[in-house]
Design a protein around this ligand. Structure first.
Ligand code: FEO
Length: 409
């Protein structure tokens, strides 16, 4: 059954929702599913903006056949060549062989690399600022390198004000009938999945996201709708969501609060982490989240690290090293360029306790602009009453330093 929605009078969502894939990029869990958004403009020419993942190809083709009503597809604009959007290109090229493909030079190069039969197709290479008319609608192309791949661009429809924003402004959610963010309680139900998507997929490239936001700011009055390649479209409160992007891409915390991540083998390090959370709450610091590194997928930890201003890492010593899953989390932070956070450490071990020293060294050597609190809790096997003063001291230091951090962008 075809499944489309009207974005404007003559632009239609014709993508697909995916609840079958469990791991996005074969890494990130997507419990709310994911949508692959493609959009069709019906003007004097018919124009498809991006395609969908291979798993969703049949749905998109059915949608296109319904919308085109026998008309040929004249153009395919490829904003982003990653296969979750471009894998179905070849089917489109085979079905409408007169289609002209518009993309950046690198986009067309990547299309060849992925094995699409581009030699049989008329290709139009576009660059920053180029304009193209499809009849009533004129679009302009804006390069967006490293948001999320180097070939990426976004397309602004100057006639309708729709910004086809590629990966930017997406989320790990299936739309399930909805199209616009104002049809749901986005902040309550979907913001976490928008943050988890952005920070894990493009977190490393904050500067590139900032460059794109800078270009968007110059034409912000022309943008009426943001239409990303995943998740919901934005026609209201654009600046609210742009502000979130500013926080994430500038590595500024969204909230003053504390994320406590613990690595515990027998519950003793966990118990100390919980005692710290309690002491923080007793001091009025209730924006505290506690996560077990062993049963929380690292993509959630990364997302919360981008959200909160403070991070406490509490790890048992394991083979004279940091607990492996805690080390993985630290390494993921390094790869995703996490910076500008206040960090504290708790360590545990029955002999040769090393994890605190090693975590501190890792943060000092690999993460930028981190503030490390001097107060550190060392536990020998289990935290008894003798450790209460140390945990209390750490809670006080965190509470005091919360007043010194800024969430302004
Ligand atoms: Fe949704 Fe970078 O692809």
């Amino acid at each position: 059954m075809y499944n489309v929605r009207k974005l404007t009078d003559d632009i239609f969502w014709c993508g697909s929702n995916d609840h079958r894939t469990h791991l996005f990029e074969n890494i990130h869990p997507i419990p709310l599913g994911v949508s692959y958004n493609a959009y069709l403009l019906i003007d004097e020419k018919t124009v498809l903006f991006d395609t969908v993942d291979w798993s969703a190809c049949r749905q998109m083709i059915e949608n296109l056949e319904y919308l085109l009503q026998g008309r040929p597809l004249d153009y395919l604009v490829v904003n982003h060549l990653e296969p979750d959007h471009a894998a179905s290109m070849q089917v489109v090229l085979d079905k409408w062989p007169s289609v002209k493909v518009i993309s950046t030079k690198k986009g067309l190069l990547f299309a060849n690399q992925f094995g699409f039969a581009m030699d049989k197709i008329e290709c139009i290479t576009v660059k920053e600022g180029d304009k193209y008319s499809f009849g009533k609608h004129e679009v302009t192309f804006v390069e967006a390198p490293m948001v999320h791949w180097p070939e990426a661009m976004v397309t602004l429809d100057l006639t309708s004000g729709v910004l086809f924003s590629a990966d930017a402004f997406g989320a790990f959610i299936a739309n399930d009938g909805k199209l616009f963010a104002d049809e749901v309680n986005f902040e309550r139900d979907y913001l976490d999945e928008a943050r988890r998507y952005l920070t894990n997929i493009v977190g490393k490239y904050g500067t590139s996201v900032q460059a794109l936001l800078g270009k968007a700011a110059k034409v912000i009055d022309s943008i009426k709708i943001i239409a990303p390649l995943h998740g919901l479209c934005w026609r209201k409160d654009l600046m609210w969501f742009i502000d979130k992007y500013n926080h994430w891409s500038k590595y500024v915390p969204e909230e003053k609060g504390v994320l406590i991540v613990y690595a515990s083998m027998y519950g003793n390090t966990e118990s100390a982490a919980q005692a710290l959370a309690t002491k923080l709450c007793e001091k009025g610091v209730t924006n505290v989240k506690v996560c077990d590194v062993s049963n929380t997928h690292v993509s959630y930890l990364i997302s919360d690290t981008f959200k909160y201003s403070h991070l406490v890492l509490s790890s048992v010593t394991y083979n004279l090293n940091i607990y492996p899953l805690m080390h993985d989390f630290l390494d993921e932070m390094r790869m995703l360029n996490v910076q500008n956070r206040t960090v504290a450490f708790m360590e545990n071990g029955t002999w040769a306790i090393k994890s605190g020293e090693l975590m501190r060294k890792f943060v000092e050597e690999n993460l930028k602009k981190m503030t490390i609190l001097d107060e550190q809790v060392t536990i020998t096997s289990s935290a008894g009453a003798d450790k209460e003063a140390d945990i209390e001291k750490l809670a006080s230091a965190i509470a005091e330093s919360l007043d010194t951090v800024s969430t302004e962008v």
